[in-house]
Design a protein around this ligand. Structure first.
Ligand SMILES: Cc1ncc(CN)c(N)n1
Length: 229
């Protein structure tokens, strides 16, 4: 607490404060029926295949978004380790793209034929809006943390003791539910909290709005797997 103003102390740990405040939508995004069905072994495999194809398109659009955050981090010139954390995220996206390419044929999913659904288009458009130089680094990194954390929390749930995740989906759950990915999400969260601690009220509001929008878009993204969009 030393060296911090009362206001800074009150703002610290902002992310957890927001998650408590928006618990309902956070739970909706991290315990979606698709995830719960994977965890209890009742998953409809055509829903999984729909998710797989759409997520490949999303991840391709996610790369330039992460690149834009890397540029913002570099321009801000604050903690040098920020860039390293973001760079490690880009490296894991490289692996993710390779994984989608090897996973899709196993399920008869032709990635070149996938047409992005409305929820995916909305999400990609939102990412693009955050890439603008007008968007503060603090706002973008908060959204970035939320995007990664939703997948980490969701898929980690499918790996917990007692889960009945089908063997053929365990690797998918491991991809985002593993401890290393969890640590990476924690590093992003620390960066976001550190920035939010020093943020103006305007930036704080913008970051909270961005976090909420991510949670809504994640729910809509999972909903696409139902195939009734
Ligand atoms: C929709 C969505 N959200 C998050 C992630 C994790 N990179 C993802 N692959 N797709």
């Amino acid at each position: 607490m030393e060296g911090k103003t009362r206001e800074e102390v009150e703002k610290s740990g902002m992310i957890d404060t927001w998650l408590r405040k928006h618990r309902l939508i956070y739970t909706g995004a991290t315990r979606h029926p698709l995830i719960l069905s994977i965890r209890d072994g009742t998953v409809d495999l055509s829903a999984y295949k729909r998710w797989l194809g759409q997520d490949y398109i999303f991840v391709r659009a996610f790369v330039p978004f992460v690149a834009s955050i890397l540029i913002k981090a570099w321009k801000e010139c604050n903690d040098a380790t920020d860039m390293e954390v973001i760079l490690s995220g880009m490296a894991s996206l490289n692996d993710e793209i390779a994984w989608f390419k090897s996973e899709a044929p196993k399920w008869g999913v032709q990635l070149s034929d996938i047409v992005p659904q409305k929820a995916n288009q909305d999400y990609c458009r939102f990412l693009e809006s955050l890439m603008s130089t007008d968007v503060e680094y603090t706002v973008a990194i908060t959204a970035f943390w939320a995007i990664e954390a939703v997948y980490q929390t969701s898929f980690a749930l499918c790996l917990e003791d007692g889960s009945k995740t089908p063997t053929e989906l365990r690797e998918t759950c491991q991809r985002w539910g593993n401890d290393g990915f969890g640590q990476y999400c924690n590093s992003l969260k620390k960066i976001a909290n550190r920035r939010l601690e020093k943020a103006s009220d305007d930036v704080l509001s913008a970051a909270e709005v961005a976090l909420l929008r991510v949670l809504e878009l994640e729910v809509e993204f999972w909903n696409m797997s139902r195939g009734d969009a």
